[in-house]
Design a protein around this ligand. Structure first.
Ligand code: AMP
Length: 451
């Protein structure tokens, strides 16, 4: 596998607007939760592409001056999720290249599962790579394709790659958006107020820039954007939907509509299912902010147990450098999440979080709440045990580090020092997302991989 993959990232494309790069900037801002390591935008003025990308948050990478240099009526943008240890600027997107047909920029969310084979084959034929990103494969495949037109070359290239991808390509005069046949990662199409178009990973981007949601880009569909024309739809593959269920569990923003449903409502359903299937006597339901909030509301409404804000989250915690002693480590945790002592003291708590990955967060939270005087702490998780890593774009660690791959629920409960622990069942999760068939990928909970 390649060292750096385009994991939980966000992509956006704006077409047919005088201030395309500004709209891309605002869209990326609302998609910041999908990646905080690096951000970038490429814009085209019809003759030339210009790219700015750097490490950091969207607001750190761009200012008024920089955006004003990205002129033109089309733009693509990206935010990159941090993978530990490597934050090279080379691995920021868009990936830009000059080739025989001119210039192009690509943004990508997802993981290509055959990236190594494709890369090795290209290197054998003399290709030189600058980054570890699987996205660079696409540049080479397009540049080397023997087809005459860019559209045909893109079709050629996407037929050579496998895995999860929501992609947006920008050339000097056109934009292309494509979702893999499984539709693992979301990608939606919207209309700008002036009649131009936007594609983005999540619809919360549309709300911010005043765009109207049209529909999702279909799994296996390629959309072509040209001035003065409605987007042209080309079916590259028969759709075989396997949408990522973890987008609903954790990843997407609650105010987005993805895969045709509200993320917020879906998470509330998970909480209600959890309350029905894993009840426990308690005085209040509290969420682990922010991920656990909608499910905790659903749990509280269904059970009739009052919802309270028992943990305060500080949103301004950047990287902290205090580590060595246990005391300092505890302080570090409390910098981000601190208990509302007066609310929880002497109370029996139901604490709702969306998932347990390594188990460190839950363990710290239970300890913190007990130290603050909670009488009982009952952890309720709004998804099944995370037992298997993801190869399609969510950054889950390998199996050895996934606590549920190595311990039973009782053992995990003991490890996190909770009075009880219960997860949502797979069936209840599927009911929560209104799954009617096998159209969701649940590999992180079941180990059933598709590609
Ligand atoms: P852990 O401490 O490793 O058990 O992580 C669990 C916490 O991380 C939960 O509060 C989740 O909301 C959050 N989480 C779950 N999946 C991810 C992910 N892929 N990236 C970052 N955070 C995550």
């Amino acid at each position: 596998m390649l060292e750096n993959m385009n994991e939980k990232c966000a992509v956006v494309g704006i077409f047919g607007h005088e201030e395309a790069s500004k709209l891309a900037y605002f869209s990326l801002h609302s998609l910041q939760h999908r990646g905080q390591e690096a951000a970038g935008i490429s814009a085209s003025d019809g003759k030339k592409l210009r790219t700015i990308k750097d490490r950091g948050l969207v607001t750190q990478v761009f200012d008024q001056n920089k955006l004003s240099t990205l002129s033109g009526r089309s733009a693509v943008g990206h935010t990159r999720y941090s993978t530990a240890g490597d934050d090279s600027i080379l691995d920021a997107q868009p990936v830009f290249a000059r080739y025989d047909l001119g210039e192009m920029a690509i943004v990508h969310n997802g993981n290509l599962t055959n990236a190594k084979e494709v890369r090795d084959a290209l290197i054998k034929k003399g290709a030189i790579f600058q980054t570890f990103m699987d996205t660079e494969n696409l540049i080479h495949l397009i540049a080397k394709s023997e087809k005459e037109k860019l559209l045909d070359r893109i079709i050629d290239a996407v037929q050579r790659i496998e895995g999860a991808f929501s992609l947006v390509f920008l050339s000097r005069t056109k934009m292309f958006a494509m979702r893999d046949r499984f539709g693992f990662r979301p990608l939606s199409l919207g209309r700008l107020q002036n009649g131009g178009y936007v594609v983005a990973s999540e619809t919360c981007a549309f709300d911010l820039i005043g765009a109207e949601f049209i529909r999702d880009v279909e799994p296996g569909e390629l959309l072509v954007f040209e001035e003065e024309k409605a987007p042209q739809s080309i079916k590259i593959y028969e759709p075989q939907p396997k949408r990522c269920i973890f987008e609903y569990v954790y990843f997407a923003r609650p105010d987005s509509n993805i895969f045709g449903q509200s993320v917020y409502e879906t998470r509330k359903n998970m909480g209600a299912e959890l309350a029905r299937s894993k009840p426990v006597e308690a005085d209040m339901v509290i969420p682990v902010p922010d991920g656990g909030v909608p499910a905790a509301i659903g749990y509280a409404q269904e059970s009739g147990i009052p919802y309270e804000m028992g943990i305060m989250r500080n949103h301004y915690v950047g990287r902290t450098f205090i580590e060595p002693t246990q005391e300092m480590r505890d302080l570090k945790v409390k910098m981000k999440l601190s208990p509302m002592v007066d609310i929880i003291k002497g109370k029996r708590l139901i604490v709702v979080d969306d998932s347990i990955v390594r188990g460190t967060t839950s363990r710290r939270i239970v300890r913190m709440l007990k130290e603050a005087g909670a009488a009982e702490v009952h952890m309720r998780i709004s998804s099944p045990p995370t037992t298997d890593p993801c190869f399609y774009g969510v950054d889950t660690p390998n199996k050895e580090k996934l606590i549920a791959a190595n311990m039973s629920v009782d053992e995990i409960c003991e490890y996190i020092e909770a009075d009880s622990l219960a997860y949502l069942s797979e069936e209840a999760l599927l009911r929560s997302v209104n799954a009617v068939d096998e159209s969701y990928c649940t590999a992180c909970f079941t180990g059933k991989y598709i590609v």
